[in-house]
Design a protein around this ligand. Structure first.
Ligand SMILES: CC(C)(COP(=O)(O)OP(=O)(O)OC[C@H]1O[C@@H](n2cnc3c(N)ncnc32)[C@H](O)[C@@H]1OP(=O)(O)O)[C@@H](O)C(=O)NCCC(=O)NCCS
Length: 153
């Protein structure tokens, strides 16, 4: 398996099929998808993505953080149904952490689906605040983790 940085559109079929089947592929874009500093990553074992994720430079929905400019948002995390529990998601989070660190980010946050809570906890995220019901998508909670500084080369 390999993880590559890709164009936004490469992630859209997986976003649609796995995360947002109620939307068309044309509707699954996120604000900021085409910002130059946004990172889109796909995992491959062949030519078709088996997992995707996106990371955007976006401050958190938390009023009291000291350095909101250091916060980046993980979105659109999805592994193909027949490839789960084999390290794909972990590898994609690793690529996201490296991307944020390379941009001097300090913190990664996400709106996690509650059914994926254990996955995010294994990736070092902790939940903050109350869970809420996202229309159509189900229960979510905000999670965050710090981002290790890049190793000096
Ligand atoms: C959540 C998701 C991305 C995890 O991807 P994955 O490729 O299966 O993750 P990994 O194989 O890297 O798992 C990493 C660790 O998390 C654990 N884990 C993964 N999914 C889990 C789950 N649903 N419940 C409990 N633990 C889970 C794995 O067991 C693994 O633990 P280990 O390192 O001790 O073996 C995947 O299940 C998915 O795409 N789900 C549907 C879409 C979704 O809900 N995305 C999240 C949107 S917020």
């Amino acid at each position: 398996m390999r993880v590559e940085r890709v164009a936004a559109g490469v992630t859209y079929p997986s976003r649609h099929e796995i995360l947002r089947p109620h939307q068309s592929i044309a509707e699954v874009g996120f604000p900021g998808d085409n910002d130059p500093e946004t990172g889109h990553f796909a995992a491959y074992d062949g030519s078709i993505p088996i997992g995707v994720v996106t990371v955007l430079h976006e401050p958190p929905p938390l009023p009291t953080v000291a350095d909101p400019a250091g916060w980046w948002r993980l979105r659109g995390m999805a592994t193909a149904g027949d490839r789960r529990r084999s390290g794909v998601g972990s590898a994609l989070v690793g690529a996201v952490l490296a991307h944020v660190a390379a941009h001097n980010g300090t913190t990664l946050w996400c709106h996690a689906r509650l059914r994926a809570l254990a996955f995010y906890e294994k990736q070092g995220f902790v939940a903050i605040g109350e869970a809420w019901e996202e229309p159509t998508l189900g229960p979510h909670v905000t999670m965050w983790r710090s981002v290790p500084r890049p190793r000096p080369s």
